[in-house]
Write a protein that binds this ligand. Sequence first.
Ligand SMILES: [Zn+2]
Length: 269
Amino acid sequence: MAGNRRGNGSTMSLDRPTSAAQKPSVENEILLQLPRSEFNAAFAKMELCAFPSRTILLEPGTPIEHCYFLNKGVASIIHVMTDGRSVEVGLTGREGFVGIPALVDYETSPVRAVIQIDASGYKIGVRQFKTVLQSGPVLRKLLSQYSQDLAVQSIQIAACNRLHSVDQQLARWLLMSQDRVGEITFPLTQEFISHMLGTRRASVSVAAGILQKRGLITYTRGQVTVKDRQGLENASCECYREINKQLEMWKTPQFGNLNHPIQKMRAKQ
Ligand SMILES: [Zn+2]
């Protein structure tokens, strides 16, 4: 991670919208769900920025200065041990938000958030964020829900890191990254992957070799291409499916209702 800048990104040109019909360049799913008044209030305080790979958005133990709604790209949520070793405990992209502790007035982050794949998105100062939140009940609810989504990921990834093989973890991680990038080819270095998985680089090479030999991916010059998405899902451990299953249950109200016929049918199986 040497050379990382506590990056605030480089500012991009931005036209302020005044109506829902004018929502240029917004791909963040939380922002897109806001009612017009809340969207405009938040949007007036935000800056559109580019965040190159390795930009640090949050650093453990340091005050949170900005919060982020990514439009594109992927950020890793990383736990850093006292000896400097690190392991990824979550991924976030255009579905999410970076700066969860600020939601409940906590001033520092327990984790590092670092851009893994070149990103762009909206940056908002933490004071402005809190002001927007005070008159933004929908934003508050969506961010509270997202903090639970992220917790589900972290719980599953903690178990995955302990119980599943490196090639299964790598398959799970590639699937999660591809979901956020939305392309079949995306940049990833082995060094970065090993940081994320908390595994030695040699183990990652072996795992990537296994997936490549099976025709699931190609991996050259820091670019990975997913050749067989279904095959990669089959090669992954249960964790990818389990995370998505829980999120789908929460997002689909009838699934979360234990009295719903589908849930009753499942209970009988
Ligand atoms: Zn797993």
